[in-house]
Design a binder for this molecule. Structure first.
Ligand code: DGL
Length: 265
């Protein structure tokens, strides 16, 4: 069976959870949202490196999972090495799907839509050099889309104009009209896939890492000789920070986390 700890700054990791549940329906999951420290995309590398290894170590001690999925591109492209060094269980990072986007693009013009932090990281430069050297790559950072996804999953209406305003410059800039693949380089963004699609007129593939991560979780679990005994009872979501709304609790329930527990941040 196995037990995975899924971690993000907020609800974004639920886009990864959905893919994992499709592939591994009997995997137990505990979800942690670091609400109090969101948005990660506006934090410095030093801030994330100071917080995450320690926090993940403490969560691992408390939850005792078989593995961790860092369901956050910003954290993974910034602090994965430090988090792995602090833990003695496998940590699966989620990084931008630049390779599949470069392969899928016919125009060889792709965009990477992530948080401001992710699109600035050296890690992403490395992925572009390694897998998209023949492409023109347009980088776009957005904090507002994270907030819009949080609002949507808290039951608030999303105004399509907010989404259009965020992504229009990407398509209006140099070679923007040639973009035929966009990497959803933040786990919050697949949660806005319908709104993103409705916001552009040109034909674009929206590519995220979710299904590849689910496959990776399956492979890593197969290589763990003795899986731990997962906790009894329903899957739990732990939200670090202020009291959450009933609508947001319901969202977690819809993704299979029947118990939602608030932790003081
Ligand atoms: N969901 C996160 C990511 O994939 C970060 C959102 C944020 O807190 O800025 O990058």
């Amino acid at each position: 069976m196995g037990h995975a700890l899924i971690f993000d700054s907020g609800v974004g990791g639920l886009s990864v959870v959905a893919e994992i549940r499709k592939r591994l329906p009997s995997l137990r999951m505990t979800y942690v949202a670091d609400d109090v420290f969101r948005p990660y995309g506006e934090k410095t590398e030093a801030q994330l490196k100071a917080r995450l290894p320690r926090l993940l170590w403490e969560l691992t001690e408390a939850i005792n999972p078989d593995l961790i999925v860092m369901a956050c591109n910003t954290a993974s492209t910034t602090a994965l090495a430090e988090i792995r060094a602090a833990l003695d269980i496998p940590v699966i990072g989620v990084v931008p799907a630049i390779k599949p986007a470069a392969l899928a693009s016919k125009t060889k013009t792709i965009a990477v839509l992530g948080t401001p932090g992710t699109v600035r990281r050296q890690y992403v430069d490395g992925l572009i050099q390694d897998f998209a050297a023949e492409c023109h790559v347009i980088l776009k950072g957005s904090v507002n889309l994270v907030d819009i996804a949080e609002k949507k999953l808290s039951g608030q209406p999303v105004d399509l104009d907010w989404v259009k305003t965020e992504i229009a410059p990407m398509f209006a800039g140099r070679r923007g009209a040639d973009i035929d693949a966009v990497v959803l380089a933040c786990t919050h963004f697949p949660l806005l896939r319908d709104e993103l699609k409705a916001s552009v007129t040109q034909s674009v593939q929206w590519i995220d890492s979710g299904s590849a991560i689910a496959k990776r979780v399956e492979d890593v679990l197969k290589n763990i000789p003795h899986l731990k005994t997962p906790p009894l009872g329903p899957d739990v979501a732990l939200l670090v920070g202020p009291q959450t709304s009933d609508a947001r609790r319901q969202t977690f329930a819809n993704f299979g986390f029947e118990r939602v527990v608030g932790l003081m941040g």
